[in-house]
Design a protein. Structure first.
Length: 383
């Protein structure tokens, strides 16, 4: 019993000692983190651009949007352009430190210095320019740091059936094929047409009414999803969008006239391939992907061909009306199309091809498959 009490006391002492050590360690860490720091003395990371004497370290700040992937196109430094957002930090002069959006003419209204053209310059060059203009006039030895907050002038968006959809910052003017390649290539279920949503000036009727049509609302929703915008936010002077289409299948076959130039802020959408359905008296009914130029004859072949009891002269194609969304019925003589007596019919997305059953053929098949074999088995064999 005494040995047990001694062991308990020793365990309590060890636990108390460990708790005291842990509490002192936590207190020291918290004390060290809560010490106030003098402005301008925080050790900055090595991102952004700076100019000035002394240390070349730069102030801490976010320079890239985490959702944007930057792709350099043979240029060592990024060149600023209209709509880019830059952050200017002047050490010991917070009144001169702020963010600027570069205007359409490439000019920003720098504090104290006035309008200054900085387009086609790097952040290092801008920092040097501001430093030289402030030296001796506002500060004796200014230290200026410039970084890019938003790469709006070189941002491209791609969504849909690509392997890595998202936002990409690309120098120069990429083609549609290059942008799809940068996005990891096409998925296996990609469609044959790419849709490019491009900003356009608002129409007069929109400026007067301030309302969007149903089509414009759908386009805006797709663009907002791609760019990560708040769909509930109202923007004054928000642009309209025009749609440019490109034939992906043509590009992949070497028809470079379809490989159009993508503009900054364009949203490229590659939809998944449309599908069609075959039901009824075919060997393999089901859902199939639309291939460019597919016809009724090819669709029936994909389903393995018709069965014996199919009533080919009374086939029906159910097609969705793009305006109303309702199904319309298209009677079709599948047998005549397959034999070449009637022209082939193009198949569209969401078509439903129905191959009906022939009652007479079904009855004949039953007779052939059941009655005749049974009768043959009942015939007595000669001895």
């Amino acid at each position: 019993m005494k040995i047990s009490l001694v062991s308990v006391k020793m365990n309590l002492c060890v636990n108390c000692l460990a708790g005291l050590i842990l509490s002192f360690t936590i207190s020291g860490a918290v004390f060290g983190q809560t010490q106030p720091q003098r402005p301008g003395t925080t050790p900055p990371p090595k991102t952004g651009s700076g100019s000035g004497s002394g240390s070349t370290d730069r102030p801490r700040g976010d320079t890239d949007r985490s959702s944007v992937v930057r792709i350099d196109d043979g240029e060592s430094d990024y060149r600023l352009a209209a709509r880019d957002v830059i952050e200017v930090i002047v050490e010991d002069a917070p009144e001169l430190s702020t963010n600027y959006t570069i205007g359409g003419s490439g000019v920003v209204p720098l504090r104290y210095l006035g309008n200054t053209k900085i387009s086609d310059m790097t952040t290092d060059e801008v920092a040097t320019l501001i430093t030289e203009k402030l030296r001796g006039r506002y500060l004796k030895d200014p230290k200026v740091y410039v970084s890019v907050k938003q790469y709006n002038s070189r941002t491209f968006f791609i969504q849909g059936a690509v392997r890595q959809p998202g936002s990409y910052v690309i120098s120069g003017k990429p083609t549609l094929f290059k942008l799809m390649t940068i996005a990891g290539g096409l998925q296996e279920n990609h469609g044959g047409t790419a849709y490019i949503f491009r900003e356009a000036k608002p129409k007069a009727e929109k400026l007067e009414s301030g309302e969007l049509s149903d089509t414009q609302k759908r386009l805006k929703q797709l663009v907002d999803n791609a760019k990560g915008n708040d769909p509930a936010a109202e923007v004054v002077g928000e642009p309209d969008y025009e749609v440019v289409t490109a034939n992906i299948a043509g590009i992949l076959r070497g028809r470079l006239d379809n490989n159009i130039i993508v503009q900054p802020s364009d949203v490229v959408y590659v939809p998944p391939a449309d599908v069609f359905y075959i039901s009824g008296e075919v060997k393999q009914p089901g859902m199939f992907q639309i291939r460019q130029g597919i016809t009724l004859r090819q669709a029936i072949s994909l389903a393995g061909g018709p069965l014996f009891k199919a009533k080919l002269g009374s086939g029906i194609i159910f097609r969705v009306d793009p305006v109303t969304g309702n199904f319309t019925e298209m009677p079709v003589d599948i047998g005549a199309v397959q034999s070449g007596k009637q022209p082939d019919i193009p198949i569209l997305g969401n078509d439903v091809i129905w191959v009906p059953n022939s009652t007479l053929k079904a009855l004949g098949a039953t007779v052939v498959n059941t009655v005749i074999p049974t009768a043959i088995l009942r015939i007595p064999l000669g001895r």
